[in-house]
Design a protein around this ligand. Sequence first.
Ligand code: GDP
Length: 276
Amino acid sequence: MLDQTSLEHLVRTVGPHEVYNLGAQSFVGSSWGQPILTGDVTGLGVTRILEAIRSVDKSIRFYQASSSEMFGKVHETPQRESTPLHPRSPYGVAKAYGHYMTANYRESYDMYACSGILFNHESPRRGLEFVTRKITDGVARIKLGLAHELRLGNLDAKRDWGFAGDYVEAMWMMLQQDAPEDYVVATGETHSVREFVEIAFSRVGLNWEDHVVIDPKFYRPAEVDLLLGDPTRARKELGWEPKMSFQELTETMIDSDMRRVSLLGGQAPSLVRISA
Ligand code: GDP
C-alpha cells in the first residue's frame, strides 16, 4: 500500500476486471498511536491504487472499503449515504480521505469507482483486538478455565454489527451495476457492547458481572458513541439483505471460539500474546 511501483506492477501482471481495496491499518484503537502510518496506508494507499488502475487500465472496476467510522460524532441517526462526515479518530479521518478520493476519480476520470460505507462486520475470523472477538475469545477462555477475567473499556458504545459474509456479497453486487454508486451497508439495528457481553456470557451459562473488569486503558481519546446505518439504498438498488441476525452472529462467534480454545487450549494465540 506504500509502494506505487509494486501496485502498478501488480495491476499490470494480474490484469484484473475488478479491484477490491480492503487494505488498511484497520484498528481504530491503534490509529492514535500510529496516526501517520494510518494516514499513509489507509488514506493515501487508496490514491496509490487508483493511480495504478488509471495508468494501467481505466476500465478496471474499483471498490473502496469506506467505513461507518467516518460518521463518528454522528450528525443524524440513522446514518445514510448523504449524512455529513465527522470522523473521531485518525483512522476515521484517513477513511474519509479515501472515500472522497474514490468519488474524485469517478468524477475526474469517468472511472467505475465506488465506496461501500460498511458498518462493523464481524465473524469468527475477526481480529482479536476488536471488541466482539475479544469478548468471544475471552468468554471461551474463562469457561474453559484458562482465564478468570475479561478487561474491557466503554460498555455503553453502540454499534450496528453485521456478519462479514453478508457484507462481502454487497461489495460484489456494487461492482455488478450499470453505474457506480456509494452505498451504506448495515443491518439497521444497533446494540451496545454490554448487550454483546451479556449474550456471549449467557451462551456458556456464565454471569458477565462475575468476570468483566472495566479498565480505563481501553477507553479511547474520542469515542464514537452510536452507529446505526440505514441500508435502504442497498436494499432497493442492489436487492441486498443481511441474512444473519445479531443473536446468531454472537452465538456463531462464541461457538467457534469454544471449539478453537478447547482444541488448542493454552496454545491458542491470545490477545495478551499479540499485545493489543
Ligand atoms: P470500531 O467500531 O471499529 O472501533 O470497533 P471495535 O470493535 O474496536 O470497538 C467497538 C466499540 O467497543 C468502541 O466504541 C470501543 O470503545 C468499545 N470497546 C469497549 N471495550 C473495548 C475493548 O476492550 N477493545 C475494543 N477494541 N473496543 C472496546
